[in-house]
Design a protein around this ligand. Structure first.
Ligand code: MN
Length: 725
C-alpha cells in the first residue's frame, strides 16, 4: 500500500510549496471513513483511494485534486456527507468529491455504441471542473489494474465500459499514458487470447526494433552533431491494444504489424525538429504523401510532432515521429501539462485565471473538434445550449431539449409512460410536471393507469416527440367524442321529428342512409355531425316524406322563435354555415377589431378566440377543427372585456376611473379592487364595449387619469379567474 508520506514526497517533488498538511488530514479522514472495509483483493480499502491519489500525483495535479482523490469514495461508500467534506476540506474539495459521486452513482446498464456516445457527452457536460474527470480516470485506472480479483462477468462489463467510455475521454484530453494503459488492460480481459499472444511475442519484436534504432542512431549521430542538434532516438513503445487493432483492421498476423519500424526522435527545440527532418529526408527517400506537420498545425488534442515515412536503412520503411521534450510530455499527459502551480498555498487570482485558461483550452478544443465531428464537440453547454441530459433512476442517460419538463422525459422513456404520468421526483424531491429539468437531474416518473394525456401538457411539453404524442392522443379522443356527440345530436333530431331512432343502431340501414347523403364512412359522418359540419336535418329530410318534413320543420321553426335559442347574435359570420351556434370565448373576450380565430367545439358550436389568446396552442391540435370566421360589420352589440388598472391608493380614485369609462358610453359590469403594496391598488373591471376602437379610447382616457399608474386589457386564464373571483 502506498504510504501517505510517499505521496507527500511525490507531490513536494514537483510542487515544493504544496499545502501537504491537507493530504495528511485527508489520509486520516479517509482511513477512518473506510475503516473495516476491504477490497476484493483482501487489501484495506484505503489502499484504493491512496493509489488513485498516487496516479494523480504522477499526473502532477494540485493538492485539492489529490485530496479529492483520497476522499473520492467516502461519500458514495461510507456514511460521510458532502457537508462534512466541505467543513473539513473546504468548498473546492467538496465540489470535486460531489462531482465524482455524481458520476459514480450512474450505472450504465448497456454500453452499446449509441448509449456510450451519450454517456461520454453527458460526463463532459456534467462536470464543471475538468479535474473531476481526471480523478475519475485515475479511479478507473486503479480499478482496472486490480480487476483480476473480480468475477469474470464483472471483469467483462467493467472492461467494456472502460473501452467505450473512459479511454475515448482520456484520448480527447490527450492523456495517452492513461489511455494506453487502460486499453491494454481492457484487451487483457476482453480478448484474453489475443492479449496473451501479443504480450508473448511483443518483447522480442521490441528488442529487434531497439537494435535497428541503434543502427540508425549511429548513422544519424555525426550529422546531428555537425548541425549542433542534441537528439535522442528511441523505438516507439508498442501499445498492445494498438497492435491488436492494427491486426484486426488490416486483417494481418502479428508479425506484419512490425513491417514499419517506428522511431521517435526527441530534440531540444522545435526548430531542431525541422532540421532533423531535413537530415532524414536527405539520407532516406521520403514516401510521398506521408509527411505531416503537427507542429505547425497541432492536432485537436494539442498533440504536436512531425511525422514522416521514409524507405530507410536496409530497405525497411521507417516512420519517424520528431518532437521536442515538451511536446512528448504534452502527447503523454495532454491537458494536465497545462496545469501551473503558484507558490502561495491559497489560490491566487492568477492561479484562478490559469485554471480558467485551462478550461478555455478545452472549450477551444471542442470548437476545433466540431469540424472533425468528434464527440466532445457536441457537448459543453456553452457550445450546445439546446441539449440537456437526464438520468433514469436506473442510471440510463436520456437526451432532451433544454427547457424540457418531466412530461418530455416520460415520453422519452416510453409513450405509455408519458401518457400515464401523474407526478415526478427530481433527485428524490417531488416536483410538478411542468418543472424545468436541469442537466444531470435524476428523474423518476410516477405513473397511474387512470391517467390520460392532458391538453394543458402542451403548454410545457418541449420535445417534438412528447408534443406529437399528446396531440395524437387528444385528436383521437376528440374524434371519439365527436362521434358520440354526433350520435346524440342525430338521436335528438330524430326524436324531435318522430323518427324511430332504431335506424341508428341498424348497421345496414344506417349505411344506406348516409350513402343517400353522399357519405361513405359512418364514423366520419357522425364525427362531422358532432363537429357541426353536417346538420342532422339532412338525415331527417331523407327519412321523411317531403310534405311531412316541411310541415314539421315549419312547426319546429315557430317553436324556436318563441323561445330564442341560447345563441344570441354575437356578430360573427361563419363561412359556409349559418345555423351553427357561436360564442365568444370567455378566456380572451374578443371584440370587433381584434383578429380572431375559431374552433369547432366538442359540443355543437364554435368558440371564437382572440388570435393571441394564450389557450390557442392547446386548442389548436386538430386542423379539422379550425373554422373561418369574421366579424359581422352590421352588428352593434356590447361585448364584455376585462381591464386592469393600477392606481395610487387615494380616495376618489375609483370614481375617477368609472367616470372615464362611462363618459365613453360603456357599461361597467363587475368590479374588483385589491390592495397591492402600501400605496397602490389594483382595480379589475369588466366593461361592455362595441369594438376595439371604443375600448382604445377608454383605455386612453383611464390612462390620462392622474392617479393611474398603468392600465391594460386582460386576457387568458388569469383574467377568467379574476373576473369570477
Ligand atoms: Mn474508487
Amino acid at each position: 500500500m502506498l504510504r501517505c508520506e510517499d505521496l507527500v514526497d511525490r507531490v513536494l517533488a514537483y510542487n515544493p510549496k504544496a499545502e501537504v498538511s491537507m493530504l495528511r488530514r485527508a489520509y486520516v479522514f479517509s482511513g477512518k471513513a473506510h475503516k473495516g472495509q476491504t477490497r476484493m483483493s483482501g487489501e484495506l480499502y484505503l489502499s484504493h483511494p491512496l493509489e488513485v491519489a498516487g496516479i494523480l500525483a504522477d499526473l502532477r495535479l494540485d493538492v485539492p485534486a489529490i485530496t479529492a482523490g483520497i476522499l473520492h469514495d467516502t461519500v458514495e461508500d461510507t456514511d460521510t456527507s458532502t457537508e462534512e467534506i466541505r467543513g473539513y476540506f473546504g468548498e473546492e474539495v467538496a465540489l470535486l468529491v460531489e462531482g465524482l459521486t455524481k458520476i459514480s452513482t450512474m450505472s450504465f446498464p448497456s454500453a452499446e455504441d449509441r448509449q456510450a456516445e451519450n454517456i461520454r457527452k453527458m460526463i463532459i457536460a456534467m462536470v464543471h471542473d475538468i479535474r473531476v474527470i481526471l480523478i475519475k480516470l485515475a479511479d478507473r485506472l486503479h480499478n482496472m489494474r486490480t480487476l483480476e480479483y473480480l468475477s469474470r462477468g464483472k471483469q467483462i462489463r467493467i472492461a467494456r465500459e472502460t473501452l467505450d467510455i473512459y479511454t475515448p475521454i482520456a484520448h480527447r484530453l490527450g492523456i495517452s499514458i492513461i489511455q494506453r494503459e487502460l486499453e491494454d488492460l481492457c484487451l487483457k480481459y476482453l480478448h484474453p487470447d489475443s492479449h496473451r499472444e501479443i504480450a508473448a511475442k511483443n518483447p522480442e519484436k521490441q528488442q529487434e526494433q531497439e537494435l535497428y534504432v541503434r543502427e540508425i542512431s549511429s548513422l544519424l549521430a555525426d550529422k546531428l552533431k555537425e548541425l549542433d542538434i542534441r537528439a535522442a532516438l528511441t523505438a516507439m513503445p508498442g501499445n498492445l491494444y494498438g497492435i491488436y487493432k492494427k491486426m484486426v483492421n488490416r486483417q494481418v498476423p502479428f508479425e506484419r504489424v512490425y513491417d514499419v519500424i517506428r522511431v521517435r526522435l526527441i530534440t531540444e527545440r522545435s526548430i531542431d525538429c525541422y532540421t532533423a527532418l531535413g537530415l532524414i529526408h536527405n539520407l532516406w527517400k521520403p514516401v510521398p504523401g506521408k509527411f505531416e506537420d503537427f507542429i505547425g498545425v497541432a492536432r485537436t488534442n494539442q498533440y504536436q510532432s512531425l511525422h514522416t515515412l521514409v524507405m530507410g536503412h536496409k530497405g525497411h520503411p521507417i516512420k519517424f515521429e520528431i518532437m521536442t521534450e515538451a511536446m512528448l510530455r504534452q502527447s503523454e499527459r495532454g491537458i494536465t501539462t497545462q496545469w501551473k502551480y503558484k507558490k502561495s498555498p491559497r489560490e491566487s487570482l492568477e492561479q484562478k485565471t490559469e485554471r480558467f485558461a485551462w478550461l478555455r483550452n478545452l472549450l477551444q478544443w471542442q470548437k476545433e473538434l466540431l469540424d472533425s465531428r468528434e464527440f466532445l464537440t457536441s457537448v459543453k453547454e456553452d457550445l450546445f445550449p439546446d441539449v440537456i441530459y437526464g438520468f433514469t433512476p436506473q442510471g440510463e442517460v436520456r437526451e432532451l431539449l433544454k427547457g424540457s419538463t418531466p412530461i418530455d422525459f416520460a415520453f422519452n422513456i416510453h409513450t405509455e409512460v408519458g401518457k400515464q404520468a401523474v407526478g415526478c421526483r427530481v433527485n428524490g424531491r417531488p416536483v410538478a410536471l411542468d418543472h424545468v429539468l436541469r442537466n444531470g437531474d435524476t428523474v423518476e416518473i410516477l405513473i397511474s393507469e387512470d391517467q390520460t394525456p392532458k391538453r394543458e401538457w402542451l403548454r410545457f411539453a418541449k420535445t417534438p416527440k412528447a408534443r406529437a404524442r399528446i396531440k395524437e392522443w387528444l385528436r383521437a379522443k376528440e374524434k371519439e367524442r365527436s362521434t358520440e356527440v354526433g350520435r346524440d345530436i342525430l338521436k335528438s333530431a330524430f326524436e324531435k321529428y318522430n323518427i324511430d331512432t332504431a335506424v341508428l343502431d341498424d348497421e345496414t340501414g344506417f349505411q344506406e342512409l348516409i350513402q343517400k347523403l353522399g357519405h361513405h364512412d359512418r364514423e366520419k359522418f357522425l364525427e362531422n355531425v358532432g363537429y357541426g359540419k353536417v346538420t342532422p336535418l339532412l338525415a331527417v329530410e331523407k327519412l321523411l316524406p317531403p310534405r311531412e318534413f316541411r310541415r314539421l320543420k315549419k312547426k319546429e321553426e315557430k317553436q324556436r322563435k318563441k323561445e330564442p335559442r341560447e345563441s344570441p347574435g354575437v356578430g360573427i359570420q361563419v363561412s359556409g354555415a349559418d345555423d351553427i351556434f357561436v360564442h365568444l370565448a370567455s378566456c380572451c373576450c374578443p371584440i370587433p377589431g381584434d383578429r380572431i380565430i375559431a374552433f369547432i367545439g366538442n359540443k355543437r358550436g364554435v368558440s371564437v378566440h382572440e388570435i393571441e389568446c394564450p389557450l390557442i396552442p392547446e386548442l389548436d391540435v386538430n386542423p379539422e377543427r379550425r373554422i373561418e370566421v369574421t366579424w359581422d360589420p352590421e352588428a352593434r352589440i356590447a361585448r364584455p372585456v376585462r381591464v386592469r388598472v393600477q392606481v395610487m391608493d387615494k380616495p376618489g380614485v375609483l370614481a375617477d376611473i368609472c367616470s372615464a369609462i362611462t363618459a365613453h358610453e360603456a357599461n361597467i359590469g363587475k368590479t374588483q379592487v385589491s390592495a397591492v403594496g402600501e400605496n397602490t391598488a389594483r382595480c379589475d373591471f369588466e366593461i361592455e364595449v362595441r369594438d376595439r376602437a371604443q375600448l382604445d379610447e377608454i383605455l386612453l382616457a383611464i390612462g390620462k387619469t392622474e392617479t393611474v399608474i398603468s392600465v391594460e386589457r386582460v386576457k387568458g386564464i388569469e383574467g377568467t379567474k379574476l373576473s369570477t373571483a
